[in-house]
Design a binder for this molecule. Structure first.
Ligand code: CTP
Length: 407
């Protein structure tokens, strides 16, 4: 997959807290994704993890003091914040958040946060503290204040804390913070929009141990869900049986059968701005579900009376909605004549856009080639990883949506 933070210069600030140990992994992940990372640490942070560790992982000298004579003009706070695309403070302690809320600048970290050009260098804050400190009205007031001042405050995790207590206030894991940062840089083309997505295969049971399914991995649908969430949409993902983690910020509903997928989608579809059907829905299901495992009978080639019945077509049903029909996007996985079959599906399912791909070549793979087919014509999105394609698709969808419905 392409480097997600290539060319980005991140100013990573650490304030004091046990979660400093996660910052070591974070800097490693950011560098691995192509970012240049300049670390600045408060005095308290150096009690939890050494600047040596952070320097080795970031490949740059770590700044800890506003009085560092090694800086050519002795203005580390100005120099660092002028070259950064974003400042990320992880962990952000309760004390540091209080300082930010008041605009104090009594050490290099807070000084740099205050001196950064607000428009050019946005501030992301990953809080980390004990649950009582987190819940304290003063902390919550300070968080509201820094958000009002333009900071992007990340969620906290819930669970066991270093102090032995359990609750809210843990810092997000390093990979979650990395994903939040990547999402932060994506254009917010679907801000305020609601997007419903189906993904993965369906599983149609034959008996308690067997079923009909297909080789869809769900990767493309999950990538589209992630891309839509990154673009600022409120995303609901109805997923068949797949082994994939839920993208951050996405609401997930797990289903097994086509009928369950239909039942999850139809009541919600009317409240959505966009419906994207990426699921490889089984066209048929066994007419009867056997209560017990179907046993092989001596001398019998196949089970007697094994009949199939047709599943409802989810995309066609949403396409037919009379009132508040969302912008409908379908997928066509074909083995030949892609453009012809895609156009046929566009009309048959009353979709606004059909995304075609050659099924066997894409199932389970990490990259893909897409052909977009709509009333206006055809457009190929050349081979790329599924997340990059999903982002391109999201921007194509956003460009086709009627501006009158823009919130
Ligand atoms: N689809 C759906 N519900 C179904 C079948 C398909 O919502 N019961 C959606 C898929 O999610 C996809 C599009 O319709 O977005 C096309 O799916 P596909 O299986 O290729 O289409 P079919 O209608 O099965 O057409 P064909 O068998 O002719 O390829």
């Amino acid at each position: 997959m392409s480097l997600q933070l290539e060319g980005k210069h991140i100013l990573l600030g650490l304030s004091g807290g046990i979660a400093c140990y996660k910052a070591a992994e974070l800097v490693r992940l950011l560098v691995k994704d192509g970012a240049t990372v300049q670390v600045v640490m408060s005095e308290a942070a150096t009690q939890f993890i050494t600047p040596v560790t952070m320097q080795a992982l970031s490949n740059r000298p770590v700044r800890t003091s506003q009085w560092d004579a090694a800086e050519f003009n002795n203005m580390a706070h100005i120099n660092m914040s002028r070259e950064a695309d974003a400042m990320l403070i992880a962990p952000a302690s309760a004390d540091l958040i209080a300082k930010l809320a008041q605009g104090r600048a009594d050490d290099l970290l807070s000084l740099t946060a205050l001196a950064r050009p607000i428009e050019r260098c946005p501030l992301l804050v990953a809080p980390a503290m004990n649950r009582e400190m987190w819940a304290h009205p003063a902390t919550q007031r300070n968080l509201r204040q820094i958000a009002a001042d333009g900071a992007h405050v990340l969620n906290v995790g819930t669970g066991d804390q270093a102090c032995g207590e359990t609750g809210d206030g843990r810092m997000l894991e390093a990979a979650e913070i990395r994903d939040e940062l990547i999402a932060f840089f994506q254009p917010k083309r679907l801000a305020g929009r609601r997007v419903l997505i189906t993904a993965g295969p369906t599983f149609e049971p034959i008996d308690p141990v067997r079923g009909l399914t297909n080789r869809s991995s769900g990767k493309m649908g999950f990538a589209v869900a992630r891309a839509a969430a990154e673009a600022g949409a409120e995303v609901t993902l109805v997923a068949g049986p797949v082994h994939l983690p839920t993208p951050r910020g996405v609401r997930r509903i797990d289903v097994q059968t086509a009928q369950q997928m239909f039942d999850a989608v139809l009541p919600r579809a009317g409240q959505q701005d966009v419906f994207i059907a990426t699921a490889a829905v089984a066209d048929w299901r066994p007419a009867k579900l056997a209560d017990h495992k179907i046993k092989k009978q001596p001398g019998q080639a196949a089970p007697a009376g094994f009949e199939l019945t047709e599943n409802p077509d989810i995309l066609a049903a949403v396409g037919k909605l009379a009132a508040s029909r969302p912008f409908c996007v379908g997928f066509a996985a074909e083995s030949q004549d892609l453009a012809k079959f895609a156009r046929d599906k566009l009309e048959r399912k009353r979709a606004d856009l059909i995304v075609g791909n050659i099924g066997a070549a894409t199932f389970g793979q990490d990259d893909n080639t897409l052909l977009l087919v709509d009333k206006a014509g055809e457009r190929e999105l050349p081979r790329n990883d599924k997340l990059s394609l999903a982002r391109e698709l999201v921007s194509e969808i956003a460009a086709r949506m009627t501006p009158t419905t823009t919130p």
